[in-house]
Ligand binder design. Structure first.
Ligand code: COA
Length: 470
């Protein structure tokens, strides 16, 4: 792949709730050393009830766009790798593209390639750009990993999202080389009607190692200079140690070139498709110098491995603080206990909610249409009809609303009323559990959430809410 195609912006997002694995070990009657030393994990990142793969993908993509300074309208392709998509039929990429303000002419699609989907998204964007089909691409990975309670995979669960803006020419990090290796391997799969995957756990470790080694050997045969860092897919930290050993790294190399990535997985657990992308971001934000290389080898069960050699072309320090860093999200954590974790899985009811009025503090933001009859929020790019009212034959009128990325809080109150009812009155959800934590005049930041979910088989309404600006 041409040297001049690569990363021009990157962004992460990790949900802030964390379950310490020492607590889970106690609840499951397991020696905590098994999780902490045996798997090399410490905490499990858990999404809030209003978060899912779509909302997390939006946050990471927004951070990547802010770092790239690319106008969203110039993005020609948006691809999302995820194995936890909220709809079986309806792409995550299509939802976040409109929320981000990308053109309706941008190509959208999702990859469902287990944990390799994020790297596949990068390669697809790079190929579109190389062939001239797009000027800029947005490659995103977003996942929530879930196993059944008491499953051996339970302590490895986690969540997170990552995104790269891919461009051509004056890139920060070039894609120097790329190798793909895949086989029909039955180590881990999930039927569409099932919530949890079926896993042959120890066999999947062997499948991972076999695919990673085959990919590494092919990359080495292309005679790229020896990498300065290795980014592996991290279902848990131990897999990187096993992979490092199999590709022949010595202890000193493992310490310097691999182990820094454990900071990510120990704080989040398995982020599935986003795992390796956030490891790459960790190296970019904290470690790399100009001219250094990262060998990134993903593994997605089923099975495929994709390797990319990234080369750092510019000093990245100036870009790091243009958006919240991965370290910011790793630090921003609120501990929860096993009781909360188990209740959350059975669908916690979050009531009453806080709604407030805001005034804009920025000129850019998210545009939506609101149906003045039923309150449904719609993308401004969709056909100008409310799907529900049109289908029922009811009269409706659509009004455009602008939600700024930054705002000031004007008023707030707790309410049990329906979210759309509040939004029709010009109010918006404020993401705080207690009103005592809010003050009129405080700075707020937009966050996309699941505003409303219509049962198990109905629509999920994604839209803006506000949280405290840090
Ligand atoms: N103190 C220290 N280490 C301990 C320990 C203790 N008390 N008890 C166990 N360990 C070690 C084991 O020796 C093992 O390390 P090793 O692999 O280096 O030998 C590790 O902890 C895990 O123990 P194991 O008995 O293999 O765990 P398990 O059978 O309960 O589950 C998986 C491990 C990977 C099978 C399970 O997490 C799983 O199914 N995960 C989902 C699939 C997955 O992540 N696959 C990886 C590739 S994608």
């Amino acid at each position: 792949m041409s040297k001049i195609i690569g990363i021009i912006g990157w962004g992460s997002y990790i949900p802030s709730l964390r379950l310490p694995l020492t607590d889970l070990a106690k609840a499951r009657n397991v020696d905590p050393k098994k999780y902490l030393k045996g798997l090399i994990l410490e905490k499990m990142a858990l999404p809030q009830p209003y978060e899912d793969a779509v909302t997390m993908a939006f946050e990471a993509a927004k951070n990547a766009l802010d770092r790239s300074k690319v106008n969203p309208e110039d993005i020609g392709i948006v691809v999302v790798g995820t194995e936890s998509k909220p709809y079986s039929v309806k792409s995550v990429a299509g939802i976040i593209k409109d929320l981000l303000g990308c053109s309706p002419y941008a190509y959208v699609g999702d990859y469902d390639a287990a944990c390799a989907g994020g790297i596949q998204a990068i390669v697809t964007c790079a190929a579109f750009i190389k062939s001239g089909l797009a000027k800029f691409g947005l490659a995103v990975a977003s996942d929530i990993s879930e196993y059944e309670f008491y499953h051996p995979g339970e302590p490895t669960q986690g969540a997170g999202a990552a995104a790269f803006v891919i461009g051509k020419g004056n890139v920060d990090v070039s894609i120097e080389n790329f190798v793909a290796y895949s086989t029909d391997t039955n180590d881990f799969f999930r039927r569409s009607e099932e919530r949890y995957p079926f896993v042959y756990g120890h066999f999947s470790e062997e499948a991972y190692l076999e695919h990673v080694i085959k990919t590494h050997e092919k990359i080495v045969s292309t005679r790229s200079p020896k990498p300065d860092y290795y980014a592996f897919h991290l279902p848990f930290g131990k897999m990187a140690l096993k992979a490092s050993k199999r590709i022949g790294l010595d202890d000193e190399e493992v310490e310097r070139k691999v182990k820094p990535s454990f900071e990510v997985v120990k704080a989040t657990g398995n982020q599935y498709a986003a795992s390796i992308l956030n490891v790459v971001i960790h190296f970019l934000e904290n470690m790399v110098n100009v001219g250094e290389r990262i060998e990134a080898i993903s593994y997605g069960s089923g099975a495929q491995s994709i390797g990319i050699i990234f080369k750092v072309e510019h000093d990245l320090k100036k870009k790091v603080n243009l958006a919240p860093t991965l370290n910011h999200y790793l630090r921003k954590s609120k501990l929860v206990d096993v009781k909360y974790y188990e209740q959350r899985r059975r669908n916690l009811k979050e009531k009453p909610l806080i709604f407030g009025k805001i005034e804009p503090n920025s000129t850019n933001g998210v545009k939506r249409f609101i149906c003045e009859n039923c309150g449904m929020l719609l993308s401004p790019y969709t056909i100008k009809k409310c799907p529900r009212c049109y289908e029922k034959g009811e009269n409706f009128r659509l009004r455009e609303i602008f939600y700024p990325f930054k705002a000031k809080l004007l008023s707030f109150e707790e309410t049990e009323k329906d979210v759309f009812e509040e939004m029709l009155k010009g109010k918006i959800r404020i993401l705080e559990e207690e009103t005592e934590n809010l003050k009129v005049g405080m700075d707020l930041k937009l966050k996309v959430i699941k505003l409303k979910v219509e049962g198990k088989n109905g629509l999920i309404h994604y839209g803006p809410a506000y949280e405290k600006q840090e």
